[in-house]
Design a protein around this ligand. Structure first.
Ligand code: MG
Length: 171
């Protein structure tokens, strides 16, 4: 059984993951518009991953006999100055997500809710990976930005991303 407070922070995190999915879908649309279809493809996979994160929380709340509440989503940002700026904003998004996940973990610790604490560790580890991957892409764009074919070659590279199969948490 979830406490009111934990149920509330988990529902908030569910909404945050959906909003993050929305942001990545908006980033995909931005890259589609630039005809950088590999970048757009990468963002679409990221969008799908965020939906899976939301779904994990949905299942967990229900498994703990809590009540899922679906809240409205704010419109995501729609314009960026350049591919580099778009990926820098994706990195900022991931860093902000990590902070929000830590806040859920803090609440779980404070309430001595060990099940929620254990569940959230998957997200803590996932964020380390997410931040590292996006940071690498930011570095790559910075490296190729001066060359005429750089973004084109990166686009072809990112087109090859396949959804990752990550180890599931036990809940
Ligand atoms: Mg996520």
């Amino acid at each position: 059984m979830l406490s009111e407070k934990i149920q509330q922070v988990l529902n908030k995190q569910l909404n945050t993951e959906f909003h993050s999915a929305y942001t990545y879908l908006s980033l995909a649309a931005y890259f589609e518009d630039l005809d950088l279809n590999g970048f757009a493809h990468w963002m679409k996979i990221q969008y799908q991953e965020e939906l899976q994160h939301a779904d994990k929380i949905y299942t967990f709340i229900n498994n703990r006999d809590g009540r899922v509440i679906i809240e409205p989503l704010a419109a995501p940002r729609a314009e960026w100055a350049s591919p580099l700026e778009a990926f820098k904003s994706a990195l900022a998004n991931e860093q902000a997500l990590s902070q929000k996940i830590y806040e859920v973990v803090d609440e779980a610790l404070q309430e001595r809710d060990h099940a929620t604490h254990a569940f959230m560790q998957w997200f803590v580890n996932e964020q380390v990976e997410e931040e590292a991957i996006v940071r690498d892409i930011v570095s790559d764009i910075e490296r190729v930005i001066e060359s005429k074919d750089g973004l084109f070659l990166m686009d072809r590279d990112l087109a090859g991303r396949t959804p990752q199969v990550r180890q599931e948490s036990p809940v």
